[in-house]
Write a protein that binds this ligand. Structure first.
Ligand code: HPA
Length: 264
């Protein structure tokens, strides 16, 4: 299934953008911050993947953030919704066809580190895909052998760090590890992740990064930490907590992004 580009282009009526952002939990507010906004519910874009996760709305928003034309995807489909690691492929292909060159990915994540507490933001320097899943499985072309040495663009990461510094916000870098979800990890899995070098754990972003690199988009990504990983505090994890805490870090990440976008 692919997106009906003619319908989408008609709706956008000539509006384009070099940069697209996928807004994870807590970042939804950014969609309300754009100037000259044009909002298109996914339901009105034939073929556009739709998420059914509470806390994620489902609309494509064109507008200007910090004066920069952007396309925001407010809401994303996750692997765990349908068992399809390539579920976001039609959306990313559509973005590329619209002229997008840079994909900014955001997510909510658990932390494996005491010094990365809930409410903080982490720049994703690299990821670990230990899931056994890959959105390019079944892709017939040789492009499936996509290089992932610099999955998260070094230049864009430098702009993010500079923007954070200009905003007076700390932005540690770290490694994000993808778990399929939707159940949370066990304490043993969190200890394993930490041993393997993961700083944050989450249920999105990695398949999108792989797809974006395959499609030739540059990627930059950040996590909003909503909780310590399972077993680190004794408290049970919940989606309600994710939704409650995400806006804290989300507000910080929104500030960083607004300062970073004009530098991209
Ligand atoms: N694990 C996986 N995904 C998450 C978490 C977590 O602890 N918190 C928010 N998303």
């Amino acid at each position: 299934m692919s997106v009906d580009l003619n319908v989408l282009k008609d709706q956008l009526d000539g509006r384009t953008a070099r940069i697209a952002l996928i807004l994870g939990s807590g970042l939804g507010g950014l969609a309300g911050d754009v100037d000259e906004a044009l909002r298109i519910p996914y339901a009105e874009i034939p073929g556009f993947p739709q998420s059914g996760v509470s806390g994620h709305s489902g609309e494509l928003v064109w507008g200007k953030l910090a004066g920069v034309p952007v396309i925001l995807l407010s809401g994303r489909i996750h692997y765990y919704e349908q068992g399809d690691a390539a579920a976001m492929r039609p959306a990313l292909e559509a973005l590329r066809a619209l002229g997008v060159e840079i994909l900014v990915l955001t997510n909510a994540a658990g932390s494996t580190r005491e010094d990365l507490p809930p409410g903080s933001v982490m720049l994703i320097d690299d990821h670990i895909n230990y899931s056994g899943l890959n959105p390019l499985i079944g892709e017939p072309s040789d492009a499936r052998f996509t290089g992932m040495t610099e999955a998260y663009d070094a230049g864009l990461r430098a702009h993010m760090r500079a923007a954070a510094e200009a905003e007076g916000v700390t932005l540690p870098g770290g490694v994000y590890m993808w778990f399929s979800g939707p159940s949370f990890e066990t304490p043993a899995e969190v200890r394993m992740a930490r041993l393997l070098g993961a700083d944050a754990l989450g249920m999105s972003t990695v398949p999108e990064t792989i797809l974006a690199r395959f499609l030739g988009l540059k990627v930059v990504a950040a996590s909003v930490v909503t909780n310590y990983g399972a077993g680190m505090t004794g408290a049970e994890l919940s989606h309600a907590e994710t939704k409650d805490v995400a806006p804290q870090g989300g507000a910080i990440l929104a500030r960083i992004l607004k300062a970073a976008l004009p530098r991209f």
